[in-house]
Design a protein. Structure first.
Length: 299
């Protein structure tokens, strides 16, 4: 085949068009990822010219000698479970409500989506002020309602700090789930909806037997993105508590940053990052395979 003929091959044209994107992805994603994996087997303080190979010592240290790692692991698991329940559930409820023909729905959609485009560190600053037990918004509201007993040190109490931070995270991320569900609702067949209503189906029956099956691909996307986002939660936790009090809000991503950028042990920081990557793959890949098999059986 001549060069001229090969360039007219659709597969060859697609490969040529993909090459720039693949090159950028390899340089800015694959290479740093590979470098982190290599660094996890080395000891390096970020300043020395040479890195010392230590094998599995970094992994052994974080698993057996670092109690904060297991606290961060537990908090990350709790955070991920909450992220799989609350943002998708609230986002779906908002999408179902704002998919109706109500006055000002476009404005309401914009209002609920607005927190998504705000920088997480700015969200953390806002909520840190609102959580202030003396001058914050919540303290002022509870005082005006005569509910002073409900005022707590939301970010200073180790028993509730993690959940307080998660509320701020929920406020910021729920709009993203809402937009995805709104897009998915556009694929729901109105013909089937009307037919179900004619047959006497109520709202719950229509949702269960018509709307929900049509939303399954969207639900898969929302849950996968929620898992990935929750496992790499960093900015908002760092801005609100920095992992405190007493490591009660410490997360794996934040602890990896702390090890590398504050303690200057880049090897341990890289090892924690690799563990976080493996956890993400161990959760996401089986879920995607299960949903794919489930869709193939149904089709």
């Amino acid at each position: 085949m001549s060069l001229r003929q090969s360039t007219h091959d659709p597969r060859m044209q697609a490969a040529i068009l993909l090459l720039p994107a693949l090159a950028i992805y390899a340089v800015f994603a694959l290479y740093p990822m590979l470098n982190v994996v290599i660094l996890s087997f080395q000891k390096w303080n970020g300043l020395d010219a040479n890195r010392q190979f230590v094998g599995m010592a970094n992994y052994s240290a974080i698993f057996t000698k670092d109690p904060v790692f297991w606290v961060a692991f537990r908090n990350t698991v709790i955070w991920t479970l909450m992220s799989l329940i609350f943002p998708p559930m609230v986002g779906l409820l908002l999408a179902l409500s704002l998919n109706q023909k109500i006055f000002g729905r476009n404005g309401l959609r914009a209002i609920f989506y607005l927190p998504v485009i705000i920088a997480p560190i700015a969200v953390a600053t806002m909520w840190k002020w609102m959580y202030d037990p003396f001058f914050g918004l919540f303290a002022q509201l509870l005082t005006s309602w005569g509910m002073q007993g409900w005022i707590k040190d939301w970010l200073g109490n180790k028993d509730i700090a993690l959940y307080s931070v998660f509320v701020a995270y929920l406020w910021q991320t729920v709009g993203f789930s809402m937009v995805l569900f709104l897009a998915g609702l556009q694929n729901v067949s109105q013909t089937l909806v009307e037919a179900a209503r004619i047959d006497g189906a109520g709202r719950w029956a229509v949702f269960k037997h018509v709307t929900l099956p049509a939303l399954r691909p969207t639900i898969t996307i929302v849950l996968v993105l929620s898992i990935i986002s929750s496992l790499k939660a960093f900015d908002i936790v760092y801005g609100l508590t920095g992992g405190g009090p007493a490591q009660s809000t410490q997360m794996l991503a934040l602890w990896a940053f702390t090890q590398a950028m504050q303690i200057f042990d880049f090897g341990r920081g890289a090892a924690i990052s690799v563990v976080l990557l493996l956890i993400t793959m161990a959760v996401v890949i089986p879920y995607l395979r299960w949903t794919q098999k489930h869709e193939e059986v149904e089709s």
